[in-house]
Design a protein around this ligand. Sequence first.
Ligand SMILES: [Zn+2]
Length: 235
Amino acid sequence: MHTDNRTIHSHFHFSFKGILLLLLFFLPACQHTPPGGYVPPARIHYLDGIEKDINTYVPDPRFPDDPFVLETVREALKGARERNGGIGACLVREATGEVLERGRNSQYEPYFRSDLHAEMDLLDRWEERMRLTRSRDPREATYLDPRAAEGIALYTSVEPCPMCLTRIINSGIKKVYYAAPDINGGMARRFDSLPPFWKGMAEGMVLEPARCSPALADIAARLFQPMHIPGAKRK
Ligand SMILES: [Zn+2]
């Protein structure tokens, strides 16, 4: 009797192990996005809806940041369409409202680049342009401190993450406005947790929600979660 019980138990144990092995074998295949550019129809439909909202949105004069946030969500949409993160950014000369540079998340396509968040993409191109137009030699006429960013504001569709915020601080840009909050990953709300060196470097920095309409902030939030299908429960 006792032996029989043990046999049953060991048989069950073997089956359980077998299922576990099968799961381990197949689970990675389920978790990764299939390669080759496949975008689920629901996602295309979802992005089409957002594109329509962007194209029909008229900047509201009550919200001074509307034109710039609109730029960031246009970039975010491009990012999402390219199968990257739906986050966009732009750099603005405040006195004139001129958009100096644009950027979008390019982390996954055309190949994986862990550094290419929207703000990083923007700063890479901005700094490359500055490299070509500014001299670092104080004796030359085009000399400018590489961190001189007076009167320049960075807009992003989503609250910056720790990597991007420290990069922005290092870049010398002192004004950052974001459209949608990132409750789980945003560093603006955790500014006080920055190491003392970075906090010191960020002294006098403006890091605030953009003064944009709630409708635009909602578009930014929807692009940030492109897999969210309308009607589904939202966090
Ligand atoms: Zn980031």
